[in-house]
Design a protein around this ligand. Structure first.
Ligand code: DC
Length: 218
């Protein structure tokens, strides 16, 4: 069974999706990491938006397994460098290019095939795996998300302010939601979960109960 977990940036979707993959013992695919990797490569190699499809010719690799997704470029694993807001912005800009997004959707579908997994992103339930029987849309207020992302960035030693993070999050929300093609929105059949005043454990339990309910058929 495929489980789709979508949501805006810093909503807690990655934490939840990763834990869920570990609990269920099935692989975890973080689709945003691929967007970030390509955003990073485009920035480094000065690839223009109109040349975005050429990014697929780069020497890259994706590994996904229980509790982890890893991306490699020219044999080197990319991780911390992909966390910066600036890289997220590039990733979001790439996501606005319809032909690029279409290619990404095809890439993910081919990569995964029939594998059971927890896949996380923005359009997993709407476009990548619309057939997934279980879809969750994880969200939280922009202020709460900015607080979480700010603390995460500070812990990692990045210099930034809460206001800067909040602005970046709001700007990215707007851009993601207003793309003329593939606008970011929950799938019609997604369970919407607001995590603003809920702990990770509460959200996980809520999701596991829904999965259990489905397995025993009610
Ligand atoms: O989930 P994230 O913040 O790491 O994603 C970074 C950006 O990548 C996000 O602003 C939009 C884009 N993205 C996308 O368009 N579709 C996805 N499935 C995942 C990410």
């Amino acid at each position: 069974m495929k489980i789709a977990i979508d949501g805006p940036s810093a909503s807690g979707k990655s934490t939840i999706a990763k834990l869920l993959s570990q609990k269920l013992g099935i692989p975890y695919l973080e689709t945003g990491l691929l967007y970030r990797m390509f955003g990073y490569i485009a920035f480094k190699e000065k690839i223009k938006p109109e040349e975005a499809l050429e990014l697929f010719e780069q020497d890259f690799k994706v590994i996904y397994d229980v509790g982890k997704t890893e991306v490699y470029w020219k044999g080197k694993k990319l991780s911390e460098e992909l966390k910066k807001e600036e890289v997220g912005k590039y990733a979001s800009l790439l996501g606005e290019i319809p032909a690029f997004r279409k290619k990404m959707i095809e890439f993910f579908r081919r990569l995964v095939g029939d594998t059971q997994l927890v896949a996380e992103g923005r359009d997993v339930g709407t476009h990548i795996f619309p057939e997934a029987p279980l879809k969750f849309f994880i969200t939280a207020s922009p202020e709460e998300r900015a607080k979480r992302r700010y603390l995460e960035l500070r812990l990692k030693g990045f210099e930034t302010s809460y206001e800067e993070v909040l602005n970046a999050i709001q700007e990215r929300d707007l851009r993601d939601a207003n793309r003329p093609v593939y606008p970011f929105k929950p799938a019609k059949d997604a369970h919407i979960i607001d995590t603003t005043n809920r702990t990770v454990e509460e959200v996980l339990e809520f999701i596991l109960n829904i999965i259990k309910g489905r397995e025993i058929g009610y």
